[in-house]
Design a protein around this ligand. Structure first.
Ligand SMILES: [Zn+2]
Length: 129
């Protein structure tokens, strides 16, 4: 079928895709959720919050703490911590596929962190556009 499905129970590759995008094996009827094998597998606080957290983590220029994220999204610090760890691990995996060819960069900072400043500072000579 070429959709990447392989049943964990019987290794059959044919499946039915359901309304909620879960997949049911044609042979043994084992059903797996759409989030299986992803970051979002069994998140306790819903996909919407999980997506927002990923967005925040990938666009914020400051480092985000689990306690801040917990308060912001109404989730316990421990739960956020676990999820953020998963996201960071997933981001790390991109090191296996370094960018190739011509790479377009919007802006970047040279020289690492500055003393007494959080994240990317906007009045610094270091920022290049
Ligand atoms: Zn099966």
């Amino acid at each position: 079928m070429g959709n990447g499905f392989q049943c964990v129970k019987c290794s059959h590759s044919g499946c039915q895709i359901r309304k909620d995008f879960s997949r049911t094996c044609n042979k043994c009827s084992h059903t797996e959720t759409a989030s299986k094998n992803t970051l979002f597998h069994k998140v306790k606080f819903g996909f919407r919050k999980a997506f927002f957290m990923c967005f925040e983590m990938s666009t914020s220029t400051k480092s985000l703490s689990a306690s801040y994220m917990g308060v912001r999204f109404g989730v316990t610090e421990k739960t956020v911590q676990l999820f953020m760890h998963k996201v960071r691990e997933a981001m790390k995996s991109s090191e296996n596929y370094p960018m190739d060819g011509t790479v377009h960069i919007d802006e970047f900072v040279i020289g690492g962190k500055e003393k007494g400043k959080e994240g990317r500072s906007y009045n610094s000579k270091k920022k290049r556009l």
